[in-house]
Design a protein around this ligand. Structure first.
Ligand SMILES: Cc1cc2nc3c(=O)[nH]c(=O)nc-3n(C[C@H](O)[C@H](O)[C@H](O)COP(=O)(O)OP(=O)(O)OC[C@H]3O[C@@H](n4cnc5c(N)ncnc54)[C@H](O)[C@@H]3O)c2cc1C
Length: 388
């Protein structure tokens, strides 16, 4: 397994449970899988795609989405706009709902400590937007009074999705590693430089040298293109960075995790520590982890406007981290054999939904390796395949 982010870990989990030996090689890059909002929300999977207005705003640097000009982000954005609501919609939804079932199984089987909260609210400044959203999401429309009882003010309406959840992604990542170690999965901290398919798969590692395997799975997130290019395949994955701000607060600020849909900002409060986790932005600007103070203030301003956060929380006290989402222009993952290979499988491109889609992705990777019938429909498997 190349990559120890959430996609690599869930793939390792379903493969090792089918009786294969698994080795995870990870280069130690900053993982999107630790620095994200922590929402498991299949209902929300297909509600945000790029419209022309979004694309124009992104080019002008207005709002939460930005792209660099010139740069790969520009052609990515053009493709994203062109493919709005075409490819992958039902496949992503299938992956999401299957993953929700698998999370339930996982939580009862492995007893993971992840600080999970059930029930997630999508928040809207205008009631008509909430009503429009409710047509594509399995949830209940709730009014501003009910939202205030959950700690959110200034929203006209929300959609409460009872069965979906939020958790602490760092705890999920840590506890998945512990569970995998218990299953006998081995981990190496090293960077894979090159992969070749011969009778077996040969992986050249920066420190360890060459190792061989029966199969190789590339779950290397936004860096996957570096490894697939020499194999003649480009998954068209770009890093879309997002900011995670952690604020230590006293007491309960919010009753349920919320997605402020008008700003693309997510908020949850971890039960065990009380820390508020706030995330936002979708920026195709390469791998920089630097954020201007004005950008961070923009995020905090939105949160302060709608939540009762103490004024005394100072910029200097905030913990800021960056995650790089691996995004294809259609925001649909690529899962399957790399064209022209028999033993090299790619699993990446999960963009804004890697946590939400990880278990079913891992299960599909295990099905492919084992040669067993996938739990997903054939249409979905085809839509996710690299040769689509
Ligand atoms: C701000 C933000 C909020 C988000 N919120 C949510 C959310 O609420 N819900 C949700 O479902 N998703 C969310 N996401 C998306 C989710 O975090 C990602 O889709 C997911 O983490 C991608 O996982 P990954 O394993 O593909 O990539 P990563 O976590 O990036 O892991 C890739 C791994 O590959 C390794 N690697 C790369 N190249 C090599 C190499 N050559 N050799 C060895 N190792 C290598 C890296 O070291 C890294 O550990 C969010 C993302 C961000 C940034």
């Amino acid at each position: 397994m190349v990559g120890g982010g959430i996609i690599g870990l869930f793939s390792a989990y379903y493969i090792v449970r089918r009786g294969f030996n698994v080795l995870v090689v990870d280069a130690g890059h900053v993982k999107a899988s630790r620095f994200n909002a922590g929402f498991i929300v299949p209902s929300f999977a297909l509600t945000t795609r790029f419209t022309l207005l979004d694309a124009i705003k992104a080019l002008l640097g207005l709002g939460p989405v930005r792209v660099s000009i010139p740069g790969p982000g520009l052609s990515w954005l053009f493709n994203a706009y062109r493919s709005v609501s075409t490819t992958g919609l039902s496949a992503v939804r299938e992956l999401g709902y299957r993953s929700l079932e698998l999370y339930e199984e996982l939580f009862s089987r492995e007893h993971l400590d992840v600080d999970a909260t059930r029930g997630v609210i999508a928040l809207f400044l205008r009631r008509e937007d909430a009503e429009a959203f409710s047509k594509s999401v399995r949830g209940d429309l709730i009014d501003s009074r009910e939202l205030e009882s959950y700690g959110y003010r200034g929203f006209e309406a929300g959609i409460f999705v009872r069965e979906e959840l939020a958790l602490d992604p760092e705890k999920l990542h840590d506890s998945m590693i512990r569970a995998l170690e218990d299953y006998g999965v081995r981990f190496i901290n090293d960077r894979v430089l090159r992969i070749q398919e011969e009778e077996r798969v040969k992986l050249s590692l920066a420190k360890t040298g060459v190792i061989e395997a029966d199969y190789s799975i590339l779950a290397s997130g936004s860096w996957t293109r570096d490894l697939t290019a020499p194999l003649g395949y480009n998954p068209r994955v770009e890093p879309a960075r997002g900011l995670v701000v952690k604020i230590p607060v006293r007491g309960d600020i919010i009753g349920k995790p919320g997605l402020m849909e008008d700003y693309g900002v997510a908020v949850q409060q971890h039960k065990s520590t009380g820390i508020l986790r706030i995330t936002g932005f979708f920026e195709l600007l390469g791998y920089s982890g630097n954020w201007s103070r004005s950008r961070v203030e923009w995020l905090l301003d939105k949160v302060r406007r709608h939540l009762a956060i103490p004024r005394e929380v100072r910029f200097e006290e905030l913990e800021l981290t960056t995650g790089f989402r691996p995004c294809t222009p259609t925001m649909t993952p690529v899962i399957g054999h790399i064209p022209g290979t028999m033993k090299i499988i790619v699993a990446t491109g999960h963009c804004r939904l890697g946590l939400t889609l990880a278990p079913a992705t891992g299960e599909l990777v295990a099905d492919i390796i084992e040669g067993s019938k996938p739990k997903l429909s054939w249409e979905a498997v085809k839509e996710l395949a690299p040769r689509r």
